[in-house]
Design a binder for this molecule. Structure first.
Ligand SMILES: [Zn+2]
Ligand SMILES: [Zn+2]
Length: 72
C-alpha cells in the first residue's frame, strides 16, 4: 500500500527587498543583504511565495507551480 504524499503548504506574503531584489518574510530587515527596511516605505513590493519552496507565485493559486505543494 502506498500513500501519496502531498506537500501541504501555504501562500506567504513577503516583501521584496528594494536593494537586492530578494524576498523576505518580514518588513524590517532583509535576510539576504542585511538592508534595513523602513516600515513606512510606500514603494515596497509585496509578493506571494510558496511556503515550501519559497518561490514567487500568484496569490490565488491552489497549488504551487514549482514544487506542487497544495495550498488547500
Ligand atoms: Zn536585500
Ligand atoms: Zn512551491
Amino acid at each position: 500500500m502506498s500513500e501519496e504524499e502531498v506537500n501541504t503548504g501555504y501562500i506567504e506574503l513577503v516583501t521584496e527587498c528594494p536593494f537586492c531584489g530578494g524576498v523576505i518574510p518580514d518588513d524590517f530587515e532583509c535576510i539576504k543583504c542585511g538592508a534595513e527596511l523602513l516600515e513606512e516605505r510606500e514603494d515596497e513590493k509585496h509578493r506571494y511565495v510558496c511556503s515550501i519552496c519559497r518561490k514567487v507565485i500568484d496569490e490565488d493559486v491552489i497549488s504551487c507551480p514549482h514544487c506542487d505543494a497544495s495550498f488547500v
